[in-house]
Design a protein around this ligand. Structure first.
Ligand code: KIV
Length: 309
């Protein structure tokens, strides 16, 4: 083993990947803590998004609207502590960029300064341009996000597929173009027809990353808990499950519970023991009444602990 660590990916590399030939789509996964960050990184993801979807998949909230800035920073710090090779992006939660431009810059800066993220993601198009410009002025790269934007679920009347008419599709293309001109380094396209995503992708100079947006984006993203089957209930049709962690995990945990109840856990190999000489001394002291309990000692095993103190 050379001990060499692969160099970390950078935002300019992500931006430039649009023009790489042969084409190599970007893979983005969400992560919520250090182990999920490691899984994403070991899988070779280019970008790890500390998505506000963690509100639902990791924190049990009903929607993404409840997660706070402090909670997002707590999770982003855990993800960054895994020191992934992938670019880590923090997702600006609801109300962290809506109240004032100054507050938005401060909150975006927390993802970078406190957590160690390389940039932030912001939902929305035209009306977010002033905030995006100010955050970028503070040297923080921004990832755009248009189409189905979950933080607008009440305005949209639920998690509704977007850009379903020609007019709406044109408006979406325009929003994406404006984000591109504003300098975002890539754009998430969520829950829109594949055809619209294809047009957007051809019209912007930065990579598009799709989720429920068909195959012609420059990359794809899924929520890791969906990919691993670590969610309960229905998943949207664009999710592909590659594992069933919930079922496998519940089975494994049920085996642990059964083993505990049946006395099969822990086994000898899972226990620490006194070295033989110390066990003999303890027996002697005990028999001489030094144990202080006035009872006979339990049988001690003679095997030595495996080198652990
Ligand atoms: O919060 C999230 O996980 C996201 C992705 C689905 C793009 O915004």
């Amino acid at each position: 083993m050379s001990g060499r660590v692969a160099p970390r990916l950078t935002i300019p590399e992500i931006r430039a990947s649009k023009h790489r030939r042969p084409r190599r789509p970007l893979a983005m996964l969400t992560a919520a803590d250090a182990p999920t960050a490691r899984l994403a990184d070991e899988a070779g993801a280019d970008i790890i998004l500390v998505g506000d979807s963690l509100a639902m998949v990791a924190l049990g909230y009903e929607t993404t609207l409840s997660v706070t800035m402090d909670e997002m920073i707590h999770h982003a710090r855990a993800v960054c502590r895994a020191r992934p090779r992938a670019v880590v992006i923090g997702d600006m939660p609801y109300l962290s960029y809506h109240l004032s431009v100054g507050e938005a810059v401060r909150n975006a800066g927390r993802f970078v300064a406190e957590a160690g993220c390389a940039g932030v993601k912001i939902e929305g198009g035209l009306k977010r341009l002033p905030v995006i410009a100010a955050i970028q002025d503070a040297e923080i790269p921004v990832m755009g996000h248009v189409g189905l934007t979950p933080q607008s679920c009440h305005v949209m009347g639920g998690y509704r597929f977007q850009a379903r008419t020609a007019e709406a599709a044109e408006r979406l293309v325009e929003e994406a173009r404006c984000l591109d001109e504003a300098g975002v380094f890539c754009i998430v396209l969520e829950g829109i027809p594949a055809e619209v995503a294809r047009i957007v992708t051809s019209q912007v100079s930065v990579p598009t990353i799709g989720i429920g947006a068909g195959p012609d984006c420059d990359g794809q993203v899924l929520v890791m808990h969906d990919v691993l089957g670590l969610t309960w209930g229905e998943t949207p049709r664009f999710v592909r499950r590659y594992a069933d962690f919930a079922t496998d995990g519940a089975r494994a945990l049920a085996r642990f519970v059964e083993d505990v109840r049946a006395g099969r856990f822990p086994a000898e190999a899972e226990c620490y023991e006194l070295p033989e000489d110390e066990a003999a001394r303890l027996r002697e002291r005990w028999e001489a009444g030094g144990g202080g309990l006035g009872t006979s000692p339990p049988a001690t095993r003679s095997r030595r602990a495996g080198g652990e103190e």
